[in-house]
Design a protein around this ligand. Structure first.
Ligand code: ZN
Length: 662
């Protein structure tokens, strides 16, 4: 149902699916089913063209080929190539190849005497990976006139294995659609930074919007990129810049291209669908589950594998409620819109309800791509379970995984250990503390809850061979013949998602482990000290290390004390209630209302994302150290000192209160 038609944000089909979702949730017994509308600055193409005018003439198709085996690929509703929030423009200029489009690539071009000013730049999607909106910002800063990003078969095509429709990798014409928003500066509607785009809200002039690019950009298949690259006649690139095409990769020379984009950038309605099952005892503590609804095309993996899991989860929770098993805390579910543009729906919803969420939200459990991998090529151990979580929730997630069966027949915990060992090429399974990824980047709907509102988050999903990300081939055929034909991984994902939600909703004492949290943070600090070779004469992190150690010890003491009394059956309801209120405050104390330097929307002092979308720990401090700005680094270390002190005192006073309540 959800992969029947293309359904990008603001399309009639995606809005129709909002109503479908609302009907489904009502039928499943969910309460207060509500459609929340946001009027946001949207971006879609009117006409986009690309041609080579010299040394030969060639017109790029900018389309993905149909295949008889998959009739969905013939749908005329499939869009051609465009990037969300590309500017409109028309330019004819020489073409330069800039590898992956990261700053060091332009540095190498400069070393070779090549400027990209006023030129059209062509780059690959990954190797190393960086978010396409980062490549756009770098190209813009370098003065390029336009940016083309193509999918080299080295990364997601034939060099990796069999291609669609015979295998999971991208065929010659596949296009990775996407947006190039600078949402690592501020996500959501670019014209309402920090407040919600409810109907009638004030919008800033798009020219003032920090998250809007000012460069024209287009995605390309390798089939459209190849004639451009192979007609160059300049110097050969170094080996690490070569991809898997059977051509000589060169920096530049001879090739002139004409790029044209006419974009409709206008206010359009987005819809977040929201529903809840009211908690029987603690209705004002919320566990939130969510997944985005909009897809670049059909979204077989991204996001409908998550949508399918979410609908099965809501069906199951509705059935429990019907049987009289209402959760103790309220479970809220949301179907986000416009995630693909700028994490927009979740950001606007989070901003609209920020006061409630800061007080009531126990945790947000996000599933974007539930099954982003091919079970049919995954081998005996199967797809990799690759969740990420704030470190305080990692032990609970591990514990829950022991109660879920993986498709291989093992417990999910054992399957997880086996695939982690395989993927990391280890001789033995990693320790439990190394299983959960506690470094959290951006790129999905957890961002507003963690980074702006200071609430704990978990992301769940399976991964494996998957080369059709954001293309028209990410569809029902891919999932049912190549990805997860038995839907066994979808079921396993639904079970771990539901179990974690129910443990959070029903636990006596909220399952936050601040000892594990502190241990992970000690690791982050050690990484920072190792990576950046901090000169102790300029910056001492000794006090911060002491503060983290005290926080860890306070977490350990509180846990031992409360577990002891719980096991002895001597904990009173009042003691527990008081403790839970305290535990909920810890994550909020990681917020700095000033935000991290240069990005005030990002307020969490432990977690942010880099401009590349990569994870970034102690963001204010780390960025200052990387910029060798030692006075800013000292100030940011002090912000961290204060936050750790506050949370250590909080845990210590919670322990004292607990003892006093005995
Ligand atoms: Zn997604």
């Amino acid at each position: 149902m959800f992969t029947a038609e293309p359904h990008p944000a603001a399309s009639a089909e995606n809005n129709r699916l909002a109503a479908v979702m609302a009907r489904a949730w009502r039928a499943q017994g969910w309460e207060q089913v509500t459609l929340r509308r946001y009027d946001v600055l949207h971006s879609r193409p009117r006409s986009v063209t690309l041609e080579m005018t010299a040394p030969a003439s060639f017109k790029a198709s900018l389309r993905e080929d149909p295949y008889d085996r998959d009739p969905d690929t013939r749908n005329p509703a499939i869009d051609g190539a465009y990037f969300g929030y590309s500017v409109s423009g028309d330019v004819t200029a020489a073409l330069v190849y800039a590898h992956s489009g990261n700053p060091e690539d332009y540095a190498l071009l400069r070393k070779n005497g090549i400027s990209v000013k006023g030129k059209v730049v062509i780059v690959r999607y990954s190797n190393p990976y960086s978010y396409r909106g980062f490549k756009a910002l770098v190209a813009e800063r370098e003065g390029a006139a336009a940016l083309l990003i193509y999918s080299d078969p080295a990364e997601d095509g034939y060099a990796r294995g069999k291609v669609f429709p015979d295998g999971p990798w991208g065929p010659e014409s596949h296009i990775q659609h996407g947006a190039i928003t600078y949402d690592y500066i501020v996500p959501g509607d670019p014209t309402t930074p920090g407040w919600a785009s409810v109907p009638g809200a004030k919008h800033i002039d798009p020219k003032q919007a920090r998250s809007l690019p000012s460069i024209m950009a287009l995605p390309l298949s390798w089939r459209d990129a190849k004639p451009l690259l192979e007609n160059m006649n300049g110097a050969e690139v170094p080996p690490e810049w070569r991809g898997a095409l059977p051509i000589t990769y060169r920096f530049n020379g001879a090739v002139v291209v004409h790029v044209h984009a006419d974009m409709d950038t206008s206010i359009q309605p987005y819809t977040v669908v929201e529903a809840r099952i009211r908690g029987s005892e603690l209705p004002d503590q919320w566990v939130l589950v969510g997944n985005h609804r909009d897809a670049w095309v059909y979204g077989g993996v991204d996001p409908v594998s998550g949508t399918a899991a979410m609908l099965e989860l809501t069906r199951s929770l509705g059935e429990l409620k019907r049987r009289g098993l209402r959760p103790r805390r309220t479970i809220v579910v949301c179907s986000w819109d416009g995630e693909e543009y700028a994490l927009t729906g979740s950001t606007e919803w989070g901003e609209q309800f920020s006061a409630d969420l800061k007080r009531k939200l126990v945790a947000y459990l996000n599933v974007d791509e539930a099954v982003a991998g091919a079970a049919t090529t995954a081998g005996a151990e199967g797809l990799s379970f690759e969740p990420s979580a704030v470190a305080s929730l990692a032990p609970m997630l591990l514990e829950a995984s022991k109660s879920v069966r993986a498709p291989s027949g093992k417990s999910l915990y054992e399957a997880w250990r086996a695939t982690a060992m395989r993927d990391k090429k280890l001789a033995a399974p990693p320790p439990d503390s190394g299983l959960v990824e506690t470094r959290i980047g951006s790129g999905s709907d957890h961002t507003v809850f963690l980074n702006h509102l200071g609430r704990p988050v978990i992301n769940l999903g399976f991964t494996g061979d998957y080369g059709v990300y954001h293309s028209a081939y990410d569809d029902h055929f891919w999932m049912t013949t190549i990805g997860d034909p038995s839907f066994a991984y979808h079921l396993a994902l639904t079970r771990i998602w539901g179990l974690v939600a129910l443990r959070l909703a029903n636990s006596d004492i909220l399952p936050f482990d601040f000892e594990a949290n502190g241990a992970a943070l000690q690791g982050f600090l050690a990484d920072l000290e190792r990576a950046d070779k901090i000169d102790p004469a300029r910056l001492s992190l000794a006090r911060l290390a002491d503060r983290i150690a005290s926080f860890t010890a306070a977490g350990e003491q509180l846990r031992a004390l409360t577990l002891h009394d719980l096991a002895a059956g001597s904990a009173s309801a009042q003691q527990i209630r008081r403790l839970n209120d305290r535990l909920l405050e810890v994550e909020s104390n990681w917020l700095d209302p000033d935000g991290i330097p240069g990005r005030p929307w990002f307020q969490h002092v432990l977690y942010a994302a880099r401009y590349t979308y990569d994870h970034l720990e102690f963001p204010g401090l780390t960025e200052a150290v990387e910029a060798t700005d030692w006075s800013r680094a000292a100030a940011q270390a002090q912000v961290l000192d204060a936050a750790f002190l506050k949370n250590t005192e909080l845990l210590q006073s919670a322990a004292a209160e607990w003892r006093g309540g005995r």
